[in-house]
Structures are given as structure tokens and as C-alpha cells.
Ligand binder design. Structure first.
Ligand code: FDA
Length: 396
């Protein structure tokens, strides 16, 4: 039997932050993971450049049944605390947009930084370990049976993440442990995920435009509005604006796309008609979209392409209406296979927002994405992993 003060299950973003924080306080820490490599999601994040935080992070950027839950941990471990680490390890980074900080070189830099901090603090990391059972006895604390050894620890931290990207090692293990100790779960679903389209005509359009994008589209979904880029795919629609909307979309609901993203679309077309009567509609739209998108949208909406002078005012109003209030209903999402995050998870009403400790089981903690906490796109999910990992690491 090997004994530790703290065992953390999951060597991802939250687990590695928790491990170094606890070990720096002198705790003997073991991190277990069934994968053959730590931090796989860090490596694949942000297109390989890891959007590791957001400078403007605030509780409003997160979804949870208990909207107050994130406040304490986020206030005590801010993006600036993480930036201290980034500077200490001289990780090159850049701001892409709206406070989103990415590695300039590679996500490997962030993982190497976390592993170096863990090593320096004396954390033991054991990969390729399957956990067969978790038991608790008042006298001995937690006992973990694994395919390698049996372990005992005083504090157990669950940092096994959500269900997205099963091929990267995602499992529902954390939910099972939570339920074993009496916790309830908020139903899970895929988030930050592309929409699929089955309507034949719309699918043909998406397939024909796969890989093309429109910048600054306005998307309204279930009372929420986002302005970001839209990407057409072979399966449907993606891009940041769709990923954000997927956090709020419910099956069967329509979404509304404003492709022009201008409040005065009809007025603008009428002005263009006066100023450039001979320009063809698809040529004008090609100034906003690519030529290919303009051509295919003109056909899709049956705009009967011709010089602007030939359209009546009401026809131009109709065109403006179609392009700025395009209502369509996604068939579904691509699901956990490609989702960046999992919505739902362990009910945050049953966990201390200060320490991440279970309210039902002494010395049991839950951190990161396994909890019912989901951030918007833009570095918020990692900031939650760092903040919740630090909160638990400070008291285990
Ligand atoms: P995480 O999933 O990182 O770690 C969980 C660990 O637990 C894994 O190592 C896993 O192997 C292990 N585990 C699971 N089950 C186990 C079991 N049964 N036994 C043992 N170990 C087990 N966020 C962001 O802020 N900026 C970004 O740029 C991106 N980009 C991005 C891209 C893609 C493609 C994805 C899929 C996700 C993102 N994210 C992101 C989201 C971000 O990666 C995610 O929110 C965090 O990694 C969550 O950190 P956790 O530590 O909670 O889980």
C-alpha cells in the first residue's frame, strides 16, 4: 500500500494546477491518469497554440445552474496570477482578440511549464493507471485500487474533466465517483460544438461552401446574441459564432443569422442602388462575402441576380431581410466527438465554492470541467481549470 496526503485523479489542466499548489504547501501529492500522456487537451487546444486565459474573465462568462459558484475561485486566482507563471517560464504569448491570450509558439510550452512546476514541487505523476475502485473509511481516508497498486490518501481530488473527445481519454469516471458519494448531476451535453444540417437544400449549400467563412456574423439563439466568424462545413455550420451559440441552443430551436451585420441593411441596399445602379447584386455582395459565397447565397435565396437598378425597393427590402434575418434550424450538433467542452456535470450546489470540497464527503474535492461549470469560447475554460485547481490545492 502506498500512502500520500493527496491523490488527484486526472493529469489535465485542473489536476496539474491543483497538484503543484498542494505540493508547494508541503503536501505529498500523487497524480494518477489512465492516459499515456499528461495534458492531452492542453496540447490540442487553441488549434495547438492553447488559448490559456482571457484577460477580461468575469463570472458572466460562465454557465452553471448556480451562477454564483465560480465567483470566489475566479476572484482568488485571476488571469494575472496565471500570467505570473507564464512570465516566470518565459512562455511567448500574444493576444489574438478580446483579451484571448495564446502561446506564440506551441501549447507544448504551457504543458511543459505546468509539468516543470509539478516536478519542482515534488509531485509524483503516474500515467497509464486504471482506477478500479475508490473507497472511504473514517480511520484510513480514501483507498484506491488500481491496475498497478493500492493507494491510500487523506484527500482525494477528482479532476477527470468532461465527456468531450473520448479519443483523448475523456470518461464519465468523475461523475460515477460523485454519485458514489451521494452527489447529483446536472444533465450533460456537448458544448462549443458545430451544428449539423440535414435539410437537403441547406446541406448542399454548406457542402459547396465547406471551408469558407464570413467574418463578424451576428447569431441569435435562445435569447443570446454573438458576433463572430461563421464557417461552413461539410456537415453544417461552425466557426466561433456557432460554437458560442451551441452553449445555449436546445434541440429543435431555430437560430437567426445576420450575415450582413449592419442595422440598416435595407437602407444600405437602397443607397447602393442609387450610387451604383449598374452593379450586379452578387458583385455587391462579393464585397462583403467572398465571390463564391455571394454567388451561392444569391442562388440559394433565389435573388435572381441582376443589376441593382432592376430591383424594386420592396425587392431590395426582401433581400436585406433574408440576409439579416436568416432563420434556420440545425438538425443537431456534432456531439462529444468534436465538442470542446461538456455542459452540465456535478451539481455545484453540493460543492463548496471556496475550497471545491464535497458537501457530502469529508476530504473529497471536485475541480475543473467535471463540475457543472462551462465557460464561453476564449480561454475561459482553462481559467476555470486553473482557478478551481488552485482553490482546492490551497486547502487539501
Ligand atoms: P481535462 O480534460 O483537461 O483533463 C482530464 C484528465 O483526466 C485527462 O488527462 C484524462 O486522461 C483524465 N481522465 C479521464 N478519465 C479518467 C479515468 N477514468 N481515470 C484516470 N484518468 C482519467 N479551453 C480554453 O480555455 N482555451 C482553449 O483554447 C481551448 N481549446 C480547446 C480545444 C479542444 C479541441 C478541446 C477538446 C477543448 C478545448 N478547451 C479550451 C477546453 C479545455 O481543454 C478544457 O475545458 C480543460 O482541459 C478542462 O480541464 P480539466 O483538467 O478539467 O479536464
Amino acid at each position: 500500500m502506498q500512502t500520500y496526503d493527496v491523490i488527484i485523479i486526472g493529469a489535465g489542466a485542473a489536476g496539474l494546477m491543483c497538484a503543484q499548489t498542494a505540493a508547494q504547501r508541503g503536501r505529498r501529492v500523487l497524480v494518477l491518469d489512465h492516459a499515456n500522456k499528461a495534458g492531452k487537451k492542453i496540447l490540442m487546444s487553441g488549434g495547438g497554440r492553447c488559448n490559456f486565459t482571457n484577460m477580461y474573465c468575469s463570472p458572466e462568462d460562465f454557465i452553471s445552474r448556480n451562477t454564483h459558484f465560480v465567483k470566489s475561485a475566479l476572484a482568488r486566482y485571476t488571469p494575472w496570477h496565471f500570467m505570473e507563471l507564464i512570465h516566470k517560464h518565459a512562455v511567448a504569448y500574444e493576444e489574438k482578440q478580446a483579451g484571448q491570450l495564446f502561446c506564440s509558439n506551441s501549447a507544448k510550452d504551457v504543458l511543459a511549464m505546468l509539468l516543470a512546476e509539478c516536478e519542482q514541487a515534488g509531485v509524483t505523476l503516474q500515467l497509464k493507471t486504471r482506477i478500479d475502485s475508490v473507497q472511504y473509511q473514517d480511520s484510513d481516508g480514501f483507498k484506491l485500487k488500481t491496475n498497478a497498486h493500492t493507494y491510500q490518501c487523506q484527500s482525494l481530488v477528482i479532476a477527470t474533466g468532461g465527456l468531450s473527445i473520448p479519443t483523448m481519454g475523456a470518461t464519465g469516471f468523475g461523475y460515477q465517483v460523485a454519485q458514489q458519494f451521494g452527489h447529483s448531476l446536472v444533465p450533460t451535453r456537448a458544448g462549443l460544438v458545430p451544428f449539423t444540417i440535414t435539410d437537403e437544400k441547406l446541406k448542399q449549400l454548406c457542402t459547396a461552401l465547406a471551408g469558407s467563412s464570413i467574418n463578424n456574423c451576428r447569431l441569435t439563439c435562445n435569447g443570446h446574441e454573438f458576433v463572430e466568424d461563421l464557417l461552413f462545413t461539410h456537415r453544417g455550420l461552425s466557426g466561433p459564432v456557432v460554437l458560442q451559440a451551441s452553449l445555449y441552443w436546445q434541440t429543435g430551436q431555430p437560430i437567426s443569422l445576420d450575415l450582413l451585420n449592419r442595422p440598416d441593411a435595407a437602407q444600405w441596399l437602397l443607397e447602393q442602388q442609387q450610387q451604383r445602379p449598374n452593379i450586379e447584386l452578387k458583385t455587391l455582395l462579393g464585397e462583403r462575402f467572398t465571390k463564391k459565397i455571394a454567388q451561392l447565397l444569391t442562388e440559394f435565396f433565389n435573388f435572381n441576380n441582376q443589376s441593382l437598378r432592376n430591383y424594386s425597393a420592396s425587392q431590395l427590402e426582401h433581400i436585406a431581410q433574408q440576409l439579416s434575418h436568416w432563420s434556420l434550424t440545425p438538425a443537431g450538433t456534432e456531439g462529444y466527438r468534436t465538442a470542446e467542452v461538456t455542459l452540465g456535470g456535478i451539481n455545484t450546489n453540493e460543492v463548496s465554492s471556496k475550497t471545491m470540497a464535497s458537501k457530502y464527503q469529508t476530504d473529497l474535492y471536485f475541480i475543473g470541467e467535471v463540475l457543472d461549470v462551462t465557460g464561453h469560447l476564449g480561454g475561459f475554460n482553462f481559467q476555470w481549470a486553473w482557478a478551481s485547481g488552485h482553490a482546492a490545492g490551497s486547502c487539501v
